[in-house]
Design a protein around this ligand. Sequence first.
Ligand SMILES: NC(=O)c1ccc[n+]([C@@H]2O[C@H](COP(=O)([O-])OP(=O)(O)OC[C@H]3O[C@@H](n4cnc5c(N)ncnc54)[C@H](O)[C@@H]3O)[C@@H](O)[C@H]2O)c1
Ligand SMILES: [Zn+2]
Length: 437
Amino acid sequence: MLKSLDLRPFRGTALLGALPRPSIGTADPTGSVREILSRVKNEGDSALYDLTKRFDNVTLDHLQVGKDEMEAAFGRIDNALREALLAAKYSVVRVHEEELKLLAEHELIDNFGMRITYKTQPVDRAGCYVPGGVARYPSSVIMTASIAKVAGVREVVLCVPPQPDGTVDDATLAAAHICEVDYVFSIGGAQAIGAMAYGTESVPKVDVIVGPGNVYVSIAKREVSQVVGVPSSFAGPSEVVVVADESVPPKWSALDIAVQAEHGPNGLAWFITWNEEYAKAVEEELESYLDEASRKDHIASTLSTQGYSALVRNRDQAIEVANLIAPEHLELLYHDAGQDLDKVTNAGAVFVGPYGTAAYGDYVAGPSHVLPTYSTARFASVLGVSDFRKRMHFIEVTRDAVDQISWAAEEIAGAEGLEAHSDSIRVRRSEGELDEA
Ligand SMILES: NC(=O)c1ccc[n+]([C@@H]2O[C@H](COP(=O)([O-])OP(=O)(O)OC[C@H]3O[C@@H](n4cnc5c(N)ncnc54)[C@H](O)[C@@H]3O)[C@@H](O)[C@H]2O)c1
Ligand SMILES: [Zn+2]
């Protein structure tokens, strides 16, 4: 089931060489994504109807889902699901209200008489993509839209692929209602990203696009990043690295390997341990679980292409391997894992201790489940309030600064041959103090 790797002999750069390269799946669809985007840009709504027919096999007669329909869906869903979605939103809002405090306006420093103040402002309108091909993701509504609202975004636009009958499922609409989403459109794939980036007759143009999706969606976001803000993470097919030993029941480890593979194809699932017997026990549990799993095909498809069971020397090497993979989800399930957290440098989210299945993070932990995949955790981060806000500095130049630091600015302007630059400073320095009115 999982491909076995014995990484024990490898050290340093040889270890990197011994790891299989991540793969984006079958053929790279950048060419067809570009075609879709240019049709949306040039033809607007009519391209959206046509592409939805082609890729979702649905003939729509309108694109927008009204606020009344969101409210009705909220009323229709099970009581227990309604409570669960509200609890998840509450948890996400709490975490992000705290995160927002970190961005509070403050004076950084008095720098040579120049007062530097740090401030952030929300973007005006955000677009959230909620996937809906292989599975339904009401949780992704909460993990994007509620964070945009906490960040202070004025309007939130949400796109989600239509179901085969052309509607959007009740749970997704109910989540949109809970998160006070302003517009919902039943459009999926690269065409949805194009619609939000360029704007069409029906879909308002947004300033930032966030949200996970399959390769078409993720590549489309990368393509439109010239005209709209897009976080640098590639929030693509799900990934997990599970590090465990005999201190954890093998069934728990086996299930966690299956969890992220359940999302669909092109994902990645690694199991890492330093205990050979335990690796065998986990493999056996995984096989017996798969015999009965309802999403057996999805899980098997990810595991057969990018499912690995790696044997390492010790926990240090386990973390070294995890850092090289830079996975979306890292689980450190073994006893005392809390001791190792400083060594983790590359991962989207890290789950610590034997109870730490990534599924808590998918729904209720509070941080967004929109996380960097495809090794982008080397440089990119979890979705958060800062993705919806822009940083700016206020620079208040006092007379004191003119006296203290003009010389350096004039000198550099001179070296760059930019006369107006040095003149603008020199007049202030030489023409003395203005009367304060
Ligand atoms: N990284 C994260 O934070 C995170 C979180 C949740 C989900 N996910 C991932 O999101 C993905 C969801 O994928 P999905 O496929 O279920 O839904 P999706 O909404 O991302 O994609 C469905 C759309 O893809 C388009 N499409 C399908 N085939 C196409 C083709 N041949 N050419 C052009 N467009 C095509 C269609 O327009 C369709 O509407 C999964 O891989 C899951 O792992 C990631
Ligand atoms: Zn998941």
